[in-house]
Design a protein around this ligand. Structure first.
Ligand code: GLU
Length: 520
């Protein structure tokens, strides 16, 4: 029988969600939606030493912001719960017993000191078929002895009993069949009496089974655990419903070798977390895509293409389009380079497609922090005039660069002159030097006269008055006009800017420039 597709994203709440984890969740989402299946959100918090307060809430908030919705799980509900592993202790206990009863696992009493001693004695010591009979475990003890030790309060672990000498094959949708000989695997710990908790491996397999997971889509770093997981499914007798695996390619550093790290982000100036994260222990703050002004749709689109593409050169895609086009089997095996500059490009694309009125809440906040109050209407007009401009900036390596406006915050200081008149002019400025000389004041006085006579100060009316004068006299007032209104060689068309500023302000600025720049 065809099973309904069910996939899960199963983070451990050990800190903020890494951007690679976001990509994993996204691929699970695309796959689930494409197959009309379910996406489960499970919290794998059995390692209490690594638990970080606030991490779970952070992860949930991240996906809310990103628009990646789960069908069931922690905070979403569903009938396969509880979805937090720390609330499933009794379930794991039961399944540990199932393995012990079936002789697929055994109890081991070796203390950490005894294990260290063995490691010192035997080179490359591994707890496996070749060594386990030399150790202190239920394979070499009588039942009475084992019970006695447990009753006396000795701590123990439960280990999987791996049969040596057979090939274990992991069928991976992206990588094909990955085969490994069971002799190289060790008898991994599945359960610890000390905290009465299962390890990741056991909890993960039991939950995937009970939650009816059909596909395990996760990062490449979990591939080494997959053979053990296959053996666990077999040990439980669940091989018929074993999920299919897909191990996603690693996200690589923007430059150089190795996997993307937070340090790369710090060095090159991009976030590796979706939201800003305040570390409760160190007090350190790490930047987030949201706070940096990225649009969630842009980030999702950028991440989707790190390890997969639709087979043509289409890059900008809505989530719905991605759901249609996504193909898990066409994901790359090779690592995907984290080209953060491409992420900025995506943000530019998405920002440009947003109507100006959607920019204004953020733009308004930006203006306010610079001491400027305006109206949403005025702000939308400014955005409309400026959104396709190019900005100059200095990158982390101190190189002067240019790029399209990619964040709302790029608009400042580019838009200052719309709201604040120049209060002085830098006579060394190349643009000013070139466009303001002894004759300019006279020309600008004429311009003031002409503009004073324009009643309704629209772009068209200004044009109708100024253009014929410029034509007849051969005067070219536009650059000097720009000097007066902007104070520099930037900004929109002069008629547009003057209409925005209004007649009074325009004339005031021109008069101020005449006095400031002509009294040598
Ligand atoms: N808890 C693991 C993690 O933190 C889940 C690995 C898996 O998906 O099996 O990523």
């Amino acid at each position: 029988m065809e099973r309904k597709v069910r996939v899960r994203f199963a983070p451990s709440p050990t800190g903020p969600l890494h951007i690679g984890g976001v990509r994993t969740a996204l691929y699970n989402y695309l796959f689930a939606k494409q197959h009309g299946g379910d996406l489960i959100f499970r919290i794998e918090d059995t390692d209490s030493n690594r638990f970080v307060p606030g991490a779970e809430e952070y992860i949930i908030e991240s996906f809310k912001w990103l628009g990646i919705n789960f069908d069931e799980g922690v905070s979403f509900g569903g009938d396969h719960g509880p979805y937090r592993q720390s609330e499933r202790k009794d379930i794991y206990k039961k399944y540990v017993q199932v393995l012990l009863d079936a002789d697929k696992a055994y109890i081991a009493f070796d203390t950490p000191e005894e294990l260290d001693a063995k490691r010192a004695e035997i080179e490359n010591f591994q707890y496996d078929a070749s060594t386990r009979l030399m150790m202190r475990n239920s394979l070499v003890m009588s039942k009475e002895e084992v019970d006695q030790l447990i009753n006396d309060g000795h701590q123990y672990v439960v280990r999987i009993k791996i049969e040596p000498g057979r090939d274990v094959v992991v069928h991976d949708i992206i990588r094909g069949d990955v085969s490994i000989n069971s002799s190289v695997l060790d008898d991994k710990v599945l359960y610890k009496s000390a905290d009465q908790l299962p390890t990741y491996h056991l909890a993960n397999i039991v939950d995937d089974h009970l939650m009816e997971v059909t596909h395990v889509i996760r990062g490449e770093e979990w591939l080494p655990s997959a053979p053990l997981h296959v053996l666990l499914y077999e040990a439980f007798g669940w091989q018929d419903t074993m999920p299919q695996f897909a191990h996603l390619p690693l996200l690589l550093k923007p430059v150089g070798n190795g996997k993307l790290s937070k340090r790369d982000g710090d060095k090159l100036g991009f976030p590796v977390f979706p939201l800003e994260w305040h570390d409760p222990k160190s007090g350190e703050t790490s930047s987030g895509y949201r706070e940096k002004g990225y649009l969630p749709e842009a980030l999702v689109n950028f991440l989707a293409l790190l390890g997969w593409n639709p087979g043509n050169d289409q890059e900008v895609m809505s989530l719905d389009e991605m759901v249609k086009l996504f193909d898990l089997s066409k994901c790359s095996k090779a690592g995907a380079r984290f080209d953060y500059v491409k992420g900025i490009w995506f943000n530019h694309q998405y920002l440009l497609n947003k109507p100006a009125k959607d920019w204004t809440p953020e733009f308004d906040a930006l203006l306010k922090t610079n001491g400027i109050e305006s109206t949403p209407e005025k702000e939308a007009q400014v955005v409309e005039m400026m959104k396709t401009k190019v900005i100059e900036y200095v990158d982390k390596e101190n190189n002067k660069k240019k790029r399209n406006i990619s964040f709302v915050s790029d608009l400042w200081p580019l838009c200052k002159f719309f709201f604040v008149a120049p209060d002085s002019f830098n006579k060394d400025d190349k643009f000013i030097r070139k466009n303001w000389n002894e004759e300019t004041a006279g020309m600008m006085r004429q311009l003031v006269d002409i503009l004073s006579n324009v009643d309704d100060f629209t772009i068209e009316n200004q044009k109708a008055a100024v253009d014929p004068w410029a034509e007849q006299t051969g005067l070219r007032p536009w650059n000097a006009w720009r000097v007066a209104l902007v104070g520099a060689g930037q900004g929109p068309d002069m008629y547009e800017l003057s209409a925005f500023l209004g007649k009074q302000e325009t004339i005031k600025r021109i008069n101020f420039a005449i006095t400031s720049l002509s009294c040598e």
